[in-house]
Every structure is written in C-alpha cells, then in structure tokens.
Design a protein around this ligand. Structure first.
Ligand SMILES: [Zn+2]
Length: 341
C-alpha cells in the first residue's frame, strides 16, 4: 500500500471520531455533525445522464449555515453511500473547493451561486488531484475503521486467516475466505472496467491481497466496479441482454445463470461501445426519448441492495465474463444490438 493509505489512516485515528460499529451511514453523519458543529443535509437528486456519463456521483455545497451533499438518486446504494462519505471526507480534511463553486452552482439555476462557500464534486476521473485522492482514500477507510484496528493487531500466519470472522464479533460480516473469493472473482470485471475510457482506479490493486488489507482492497474493487458500471449505464442495450438470455436458456442454463450471462453480455457490449464509440458520436446516446430516470433497470441487484449483495453480484458477473469476451469492432455482430442511431 502506498504512503497515502498510512497517512490517511493516521489522520482518521487522530481525529478520534465516533464511528458507529457496525457502520451505519446516518449515525455516522450525526456523529460528524456533532464533531464539526455544523448540520449536514443529504439531498438525492436526478443528476441527468450527462453528469452520470462524466463520472460525477456526488457534490458538496457548503453554505454559511449548513453543508449539503447532493447525491445521484439513481446510483446503487453502496455508491451513494460512498459518494456521501467522499464529500464528508472533504469536510473532515478541510478541503477548499472555491474555484468550483460558481461553475457547479451555475448548473442549478435556482441556487444563488454567491451563497456557496465551497463546492466539491466526487468526480471519478480526478484521482490525479491530491485532494480528490485523499478524500477517496478516507471515504474508503471510514466504514472499515473497526476492521483496520483489528488488522493492526499482531497475529500469527496461522490465525491471520480467520481473524476477521473470529475476533470482530460482528454478525453478517463475510469470513476472510469469502472475501478472498469475492476479490478473486470480481477482479476480471474490475480489470475490464478500469481499462475503459473515463473509468479510473485510485491505484492498482494486487492480484493476491495481503489478508490485513483485504477489506480495504475489496472495498476499492467493489466501489470502482460499481462506479464504472454506473457510468456505462447509458450504453446498456436491452436487446443484447435479451439475445444472450435466449441463447443461454436454449443451451439449458439455469435461469439465474442465464440472467448473469445476459447481464455479462450487456456489460461487455457497453464496455466495447465506450471503447469504440460509433463514428459521429462522442458519447452514444441513451435510447431515443428515454429519460435516464427510466433506465433504472439495467443490470445488477435492486439499486437499494447493500454492499454485500452488490459484491456477490459483481463476483457472479466476473465469473461469467470469460464466457463472453469483449467483441472487437469487426466482430460485434454476435453480441451487439442494431447500430445506434
Ligand atoms: Zn471530491
């Protein structure tokens, strides 16, 4: 791990924030409000396909008497929660985003841009900005703070592998072997997603994670995968999924497996289209006349599902992906739908 992780871990420890265990976002927000002496309001809004496609999932607007975190209502719940944590991380790190205030405020006409003291966005393309990388790191560490404390305890190699399960005392926390399984199986999907234009990773993730860093690395992998998929959502083509499902069903696959194959095909096609947009389109449009809020059903579990359900789903797709290789531009006919308008 890089020095950033150790630096931000020390920062978090020194803050001595009251972080609820097991982690619960609303309780954490109340704790931060108390800590900073300022109210925080979470405002879910429809971001619109353009902002989603640009990789923006959350904004922080700081007003004289309140901090507002604006989040994309259509994002999966784990991504919304991470977006909120990212903006709170900016607050805790006392970042100043003044230069963005007017630009961002101008995008919402009802807002008086002069009232905004600071504005920062969670933009998944801006990890090369040190403030963004620090906020993203802190946002990743906060929900697993208890695990990190556990993982700082000296352990023998033999006991290390059951540590997360046996000593945390938390019910519902996946065991270390399960986390390894998820990490290994999500990886093929994550690799394809971060290799897609506009999708970023904070830093490279190892093939073999050290057990002490597993929670942290798994969290990064899940967040980055969901980020990438959310950003590609406007490239979802239902006809690709339908055709793949028909083929999978005809081949005798179990309905659940057929669904995964169909989703993997749709995702693979969306990745291909992001890499090779049709000529004349900088960004392929959503289906004509379809507003993005109607596009809630693309792939994945119910958007309101939690981190565990999304992790399991990502791992399922990652397992199926090798069976549906990314088509090249010259051999797209088998997986892609008709040409975009
Ligand atoms: Zn940010």
């Amino acid at each position: 791990m890089t020095s950033r992780w150790s630096r931000i871990t020390s920062f978090l420890n020194q803050l001595n924030l009251n972080i609820p265990q097991p982690f619960e976002l609303n309780a954490f927000i109340r704790s931060v409000e108390e800590f900073r002496g300022r109210k925080i309001e979470i405002v879910p809004v429809d971001f619109g396909i353009d902002r989603i496609a640009r990789g923006i999932v959350a904004w922080w607007w700081s007003f004289p008497d309140i901090d507002c975190v604006i989040i994309d209502r259509s994002a999966p719940k784990p991504l919304q929660e991470h977006g909120v944590l990212h903006e709170i991380a900016h607050m805790l790190l006392e970042h100043v985003g003044q230069r963005l205030a007017h630009t961002i405020a101008a995008q919402f006409r009802q807002l008086d841009s002069h009232a905004v003291l600071r504005a920062l966005a969670r933009d998944i393309n801006r990890y090369d900005d040190p403030d963004e990388a620090d906020a993203e790191t802190l946002a990743t560490l906060i929900p697993i703070a208890a695990t990190l404390r556990l993982d700082t305890r000296p352990t023998s190699a033999a006991s290390g592998h059951v540590r997360g399960r046996s000593k945390s005392g938390l019910s519902g926390v996946p065991s270390t072997p399960v986390k390894h399984h998820l990490y290994r199986n999500i990886r093929p999907l994550w690799e394809r997603l971060i290799d897609t234009p506009g999708v970023s990773c904070l830093e490279p993730l190892p093939t073999q994670p050290h057990p002490a860093q597993l929670d942290l690395l798994l969290r990064r992998m899940v967040v980055e995968s969901l980020d990438g998929l959310h950003r590609l959502r406007h490239l979802h083509d239902p006809s690709v999924a339908a055709a793949a499902r028909t083929r999978a069903t005809a081949a005798g696959l179990h309905p659940e497996r057929a669904t995964s194959v169909a989703e993997a095909a749709a995702i693979t096609t969306a990745i291909t289209r992001a890499r090779h947009p049709p000529r004349g389109h900088h960004r392929p449009p959503a289906q004509p006349g379809l507003h993005h809020t109607q596009m809630t059903r693309t792939w994945g579990p119910t958007p309101g599902s939690g981190f565990a359900a999304h992790s399991i789903w990502l791992a399922t797709i990652g397992q199926v992906l090798p069976a549906s290789p990314a088509p090249t531009p010259s051999s797209r006919s088998s997986l892609t739908a008709p040409q975009l308008p």
